[in-house]
Design a protein around this ligand. Structure first.
Ligand code: HEC
Length: 108
């Protein structure tokens, strides 16, 4: 009896050790994207859920979109995703596309 009661407690204690470190994002990401897409790109933030922002870390979705599409979505916007073409220069957008690609490689 005692042993089984302890199991959930042990599982909880093990959680922080097993969980991956939260991904470190660039300053441009933190300033412009985190509010909706979160630091992990999964868009589980209040704003992200409200606007139905997609999970940018999903490898299947990543495989279905080109870098050109990601670039154009960031610069010109896409559905409820705002446009950042006036706020970010081409280099910054390129770096963000690379950052999104890195998220996809972490798997889900
Ligand atoms: C106000 C909330 C909001 C912010 C801020 C935001 N996004 Fe989004 N984003 C969204 C939503 C909502 C979608 C889903 C729209 C869709 O399905 O096309 C989206 C979709 C995307 C997509 C996929 C679009 C596609 O082509 O399918 C990319 C890439 C993306 N966001 C990147 C970014 C980057 C990079 C930033 C920061 C520069 C950012 N987003 C900031 C809300 C946001």
């Amino acid at each position: 009896m005692k042993k089984t009661a302890l199991l959930p407690v042990l599982a909880l204690l093990a959680l922080p050790l097993g969980a991956a470190e939260p991904a470190k994002r660039s300053a441009a990401w933190e300033a412009n994207c985190t509010v909706c897409h979160g630091d992990d790109g999964r868009s589980q933030t209040e704003e992200g859920l409200k606007k139905k922002a997609r999970n940018l870390a999903d490898p299947k979705w990543q495989a279905s979109v080109s870098d050109g599409r990601l670039t154009s979505s960031i610069q010109r916007g896409h559905d409820k995703m705002p446009a950042f073409g006036r706020k970010l220069n081409a280099e910054q957008v390129k770096a963000l596309v690379a950052e999104i690609r890195a998220l996809g490689k972490q798997g889900s």
